[in-house]
Write a protein that binds this ligand. Structure first.
Ligand code: UDP
Length: 246
């Protein structure tokens, strides 16, 4: 169903990119793809889409394979990163299935050509899909080794002229310390790109943060675990940390 962006009532953003790590797709399992978890995220996305917001996705691959781990065990790094990128394609197809199961129209576009199973990344075509209300899932990160899907997400957010990059994590924002181990840890409401970089706060890699700074796209860090969390973040409710400004 086409998204009526004119009625993006109450939504703070018109077009957003949602980055989900591969590990988030494992749910409570140890490895791989947990379909009930994918369906839970699909429900969140469908709910958020009802606000009239255009949504694209980047999903990591860490639940299946990370290039660095492959390199550490003796593989050539670029080769290992190709495997990591293929892991992100598997995750993208799983999320596509989950979304289509609940009737949400999607397209997968990959940074590495895989013509039999998904479209190649074509920026203008991706924008058209989004205008038609389809969720576009960008697979294979940047399509290049030595990068991460965080940087891939930043790149696609910039190319798609997104109003924000939303990073769904295990906790509801960026904290002064690890809230799971330190009870005195406090959540930042806002941070600047520079603070994240200078303090080496491990939100996303520095290359992703600096690209968001250069293109002036806010990064919103929030937890995808509570029901309606994505919708809340899009309407400025719920907990999050917004990274923007100088
Ligand atoms: N990767 C890559 N280039 C990219 C994006 C990803 O080579 O532009 C590879 C890299 O090996 C990485 C793996 O894909 O380890 C999975 O991505 P990432 O670690 O970012 O996934 P996440 O931590 O978000 O699950």
């Amino acid at each position: 169903m086409p998204v009526d962006t004119d009625s993006a009532e109450g939504a703070k953003y018109k077009r957003v990119l949602l980055k989900i790590s591969g590990e988030a797709l494992m749910g409570d399992t140890e490895y791989g793809i947990d379909m009930p978890t994918c369906l839970k995220f699909a429900d969140e996305i469908a709910l958020a889409q009802q606000l009239g917001v255009e949504i694209c996705l980047v999903i990591g691959g860490g639940n299946i394979f990370r290039g660095l781990a492959g390199a550490a065990s003796g593989m050539e790094r670029s080769q290992a990163d190709s495997m990591g990128m293929m892991a992100t394609i598997m995750n993208a197809l799983a999320m596509q299935s989950a979304l289509e199961t609940i009737g949400v129209q999607t397209r997968v576009q990959s940074g590495i050509r895989m013509d039999e199973i998904c479209e190649p990344f074509i920026r203008r075509r991706a924008i058209r899909h989004m205008e038609k209300g389809r969720i576009v899932i960008f697979a294979a990160g940047t399509g290049n080794p030595y990068f991460t899907t965080d940087t891939g997400a930043a790149l696609r957010a910039a190319e798609m002229h997104c109003d924000a990059m939303l990073k769904g994590t295990q906790v509801d924002g960026v904290y002064s310390a690890d809230p799971k181990t330190d009870p005195t840890a406090t959540r930042y409401e806002t941070l600047t790109y520079q603070e994240v970089l200078a303090r080496n706060l491990r939100v996303m890699d520095a290359s992703a943060v600096s690209l968001m700074r250069d293109t002036n796209i806010p990064i919103v860090v929030f937890s995808l675990h509570n029901k309606g969390a994505l919708q809340d973040v899009l309407t400025g409710k719920g907990n999050s940390t917004v990274i923007s400004g100088n």
